[in-house]
Design a protein around this ligand. Structure first.
Ligand code: 13P
Length: 258
């Protein structure tokens, strides 16, 4: 498959700057062995971005830096927010947008995700746009409708050249941090649907280059099952990304060397 796998660690609200550096130190070896075959991304909290960037530069670590959120304005009186310029200055390559925790606890809307996605691209970074259904929606068998709507709203109006670089993460909310995963077949079905949505909104070539990740209780034990699916191009990992050994094994599974 032409798409390079991407394995991203979403550290959420975990790790001080010093702890972040020690986790990165534990990942250097796997990054040097697998970093050409798998795009490895870590998204630490804002307070650790600079320390992680510094160690990436000093030790030429073959990983990319991501942020967990961003505001859409470039600067100004927005107390507590972080701008695209600030993330660009830290050499962030990715910005996670619309994570279900941000939607649930901080009121992030589809409109905000869409606006942010455009701004991320304008600043030469790439959004990792998250989507996912609640347990209620899942049990009511409304997942397809929900995902179609959420993804369409998030990517509407993107320039085609930007859409081709998109990363979309399918994270069923009921699988996040619960130890329950979607089955690989279920995850494949939704990721295929996401690719169809991208095809319908843009075209087939664009949909063929966009990368679609699965997230939700991915571990070193189950990662390979998801990576074997045709439309799953990697993983967005929470809990298992906080441990160098576990995350390293997930990276190796995507690389095919472990
Ligand atoms: P877990 O891997 O801890 O389930 O978290 C998934 C997630 O939310 C990644 O963004």
């Amino acid at each position: 498959m032409a798409r390079k796998p991407l394995v991203a660690g979403n550290w959420k609200m975990n790790k001080t700057a010093a702890e972040a550096v020690s986790l990165i130190n534990g990942l250097k070896e796997v990054a040097s062995n697998c970093g050409d075959d798998v795009e490895i991304v870590v998204a630490p909290p804002f307070t650790a971005l600079h320390s992680v960037k510094t160690i990436f530069d000093l030790d030429r670590v073959n990983m990319a830096l991501g942020a967990q959120n961003m505001f859409y304005e470039t600067e100004g009186a927005f107390t507590g927010e972080i701008s695209p310029r600030m993330l660009q200055a830290e050499h962030c390559r990715y910005v996670i947008l619309g994570h279900s925790e941000r939607r649930q606890y901080f009121g992030e809307t589809d409109e905000a995700v869409n606006r942010k996605a455009k701004v991320v691209f304008e600043h030469d970074m790439t959004p990792i746009v998250c989507c996912g259904e609640s347990l209620e929606t899942h049990e009511a068998e409304k997942t397809a409708e929900w995902i179609t709507e959420q993804v369409s709203a998030a990517i509407t109006g993107l320039l085609p050249e930007h859409a081709a670089r998109l990363v979309i993460a399918y994270e069923p909310i009921w699988a996040i941090g619960t130890g329950k995963t979607a089955t690989p077949d279920m995850a494949q079905e939704v990721c295929e649907l996401i690719r169809t949505v991208v095809t319908e909104m843009f075209d087939e070539d664009i949909a063929a280059t966009a990368r679609i990740l699965y997230g939700g209780s991915v571990t070193e034990l189950n990662a390979h099952l998801f990576f074997a699916a045709d439309d799953i191009d990697g993983a967005l990992v929470g809990g298992a990304a906080l441990d160098a050994q576990s995350f390293g094994k997930i990276i190796k599974a995507a690389c095919g060397c472990g």
